[in-house]
Design a protein around this ligand. Sequence first.
Ligand SMILES: *Cc1c(COP(=O)(O)O)cnc(C)c1O
Length: 350
Amino acid sequence: MSYVRSEIAAMSGYVPGEQPCEGSVVKLNTNENPYRASEKVNAAIRRTLKKGLSRYPDPAASEVRNVVAKKFGVCCDSVLCGNGSDDLLTILTRTFIGSGDVLRLPYPTYILYRSLAEIQGAKSETVPFRPDWTLSDDIHRRTEADNLRLVFLANPNSPSGTVIPKEQILDIAEKLPCPLVVDEAYADFAEEHCIDLVKRCEKIIVCRTMSKSYSLAGLRFGYLVAQPHLVEEMMKVKDSYNCDSLSIAAAAAALSDDDWLADNRRKIIVTRKRLADQVRALGFTVPDSHANFIWAAYPGKPLKTIYEFLKAGGILVRYMAYPNWGDGLRISVGTDEQVDRCIELLEKGI
Ligand SMILES: *Cc1c(COP(=O)(O)O)cnc(C)c1O
């Protein structure tokens, strides 16, 4: 007999991308940013350390709430901070989805969503993307059983890097009987975002992370924007001190440095275009990416073997195989030099 809840025993658990020991490996597998974070982050951490860490942190992380509120023209009560956006996704599923409820998500997308539903003992229902990565009306279809509780939409999507236009997101949310979480982990690399839609539609909740566009994956910080009455409910679910003093100070400093973000965004977008063009020139199909990675498919080619060839040559990318969809390589945008090495090896391996 197992002591473990049956839902947990039955699930396989989310497996994050490989984190090899630092060395000569070029790491293009988990969409981290290749550049160092703003210097202001280090200064903020040093200032906090000087004050000491003997006190508990501010449970609401008000310093960050204020910066986010000002940046996006929302009120502080609309902002909830998390220990990385994975923490926020956990808070969201715990707040909205109970045992036997239904979570809906497109397919393929961020794999963690499904694991979070499984932990709740909920069912997940997938709506496949069309081959061109657009979404059909099935995403807001009303189900017979009235237990659809939450829809997750990564926008830009992972692994494709593609986007669903803002008008369509608003339309989907208005037709849904439940909240729509727009996971904007990569929105800083895209042309538009949905934070201003939150005021117009109470069903829209937007999630952000500092891990990708702010070069702070090691820090663990994310925030979401939702209408205040929903944030109030989610506050009951989160750990009291889910964000620590160092990361609160660091995130506030990073979010205040608009010049750093603009510069980083510009560099990543220039390199992304070069990477996409060169990978297409090798025969891969690469949808237009609005994120800091590209998705490279090549029906008929043994991509797993190519992934292993790259790995043996010191270039780590993510190989993904989705049942009933197909496989591909998800390649993060590194520095120009890293991307050159990746292309060089791909040319040999293809
Ligand atoms: C990376 C990623 C996250 C997780 O961000 P963390 O803040 O590092 O937990 C969430 N959603 C998507 C779609 C991501 O790609």
